[in-house]
Design a protein around this ligand. Structure first.
Ligand code: AOF
Ligand code: ZN
Length: 367
């Protein structure tokens, strides 16, 4: 058991545990929990895969496994403990039954099934509840979960890689390996945290990608979503991977092709707009209903442009290589804009060197 840990370190520790659950919990939020008494860490844990125990239960089990009593202890947890019966039982009841005396929670659970009721249930049982420490970190860690619970749609993050002059492909279409190996591995780490990766039929036909996580280790693969209006995905495409869910959104009905794709494990969904293309807004709403928290877009400039124009993108993950490619294909084809006031305004969230390249995370203003 760790002794004499200052109280101020308990929540950062719970946040670090939540961070360790980054690639595991989807579609559940990443939550960490530390049980402590007089500076001693009695038990700790983080959320497991969906359908498996939450952070609080893991921490209680950890304490029990070490033979520590948690009667009278304080629980630091990065999200309001749940009060509902979902795939698992309510954490509130487990904390109350264990004799916890005080709960310090980062932030209320935005899930309408919980939202405040967990705190109410704990207080009704005579437990002291403090809310706030670690709130910003917890929300940021769960940006997709908060988005889905509050807006009913995923957090949409668009990844792009380009030369310093903003070119993603030469005029002749040649495009692979603009950025360094380090940047590509970093891109896989961002894929790994997403619930789903999204691409378009243009990229499928041109690059025949797998769009899975290979360059970093992960316990689960994100789903793959393909925007394919006319169901042109080849049946021998590399993106059919055993055990990975594949959703194809189409606009033009083709029952024979649909059946052939579904026989290969895909799910085909028709969502046409008035122009015979996939209704991207309806698609993103549908992905929210399918419990997609973070949607990671890796597509060509056409689909990128359409998603931006529809106002569906929340964040850009941009890798810039230190080279000039001259005029070619841009990162996203939207516009041309008539006035500077029509620009999509962004805020830089972070700027880092990754290998030889620059990584910029920029968020659409107001998101
Ligand atoms: C917690 N601790 O570690 C997490 C919570 O289907 P279930 O039973 O797994 O419940 C999922 C919901 O539980 C999820 O939507 C969110 O509201 C909450 N997640 N709650 O007390 C945790 N991950
Ligand atoms: Zn719970």
């Amino acid at each position: 058991m760790e002794l004499c840990v200052p109280d101020t370190e308990m929540m950062p520790r719970a946040v670090a545990l939540a961070l360790a659950a980054m690639r595991i919990t989807s579609p559940n939020p990443r939550v960490g929990c530390v049980l402590t008494s007089s500076g001693d860490v009695l038990g700790q844990g983080h959320t497991q895969a969906a359908g498996h125990p939450h952070a609080e239960i893991m921490a209680l089990r950890d304490a029990a496994a070490q033979g520590h009593s948690v009667v009278g202890a304080t629980a630091y947890v990065t999200l309001e403990p749940c009060s509902h019966h979902g795939r698992t039982g309510p954490c509130c009841d487990a904390l109350i039954a264990a004799g916890i005396k005080k709960i310090v929670a980062s932030i209320a659970d935005p899930n309408p099934l919980v939202s405040g009721q967990g705190f109410e249930r704990l207080r009704a049982a005579g437990i002291e509840v403090e809310v706030g420490p670690g709130a910003a970190e917890s929300r940021e860690l769960n940006i997709g979960f908060f988005s889905r619970m509050i807006r009913k749609t995923p957090w949409v993050r668009m990844k792009m890689a380009a030369s310093l002059d903003g070119t993603t492909a030469l005029a002749n279409g040649q495009s692979q390996w603009i950025t360094s190996a380090e940047a590509r591995a970093d891109g896989h780490a961002w894929r790994a945290r997403a619930c789903a990766v999204l691409t378009g039929i243009g990229t499928v036909l041109q690059d025949n990608p797998r769009l899975d996580v290979r360059l970093v280790s992960t316990p689960r693969q994100p789903h793959l979503i393909v925007v394919d209006s006319r169901l042109e995905t080849p049946l021998d495409a590399h993106l059919f991977i055993a055990g990975r869910a594949l959703y194809i959104y189409a606009a033009v009905q083709n029952e024979a092709k649909k059946q052939a794709l579904e026989a290969k494990g895909a799910t085909v969904i028709y969502l046409p707009d008035a122009n015979g293309k996939v209704d991207l807004t309806a698609m993103v709403q549908d992905l929210g209903r399918r419990e997609i928290n973070e949607l990671h877009v890796e597509a060509g400039s056409k689909l990128n442009g359409s998603l931006i124009r529809a106002g569906l993108v929340d964040e850009f993950l941009l890798y810039l290589a230190p080279k000039l490619l001259g005029p070619g294909q841009g990162m996203a084809s939207f516009g041309p804009l008539q006035a500077l006031s029509d620009a999509v305004e962004l805020q830089f969230q972070s700027t880092d060197r990754v290998g030889a390249d620059l990584r910029i995370v920029a968020r659409v203003a107001g998101r």
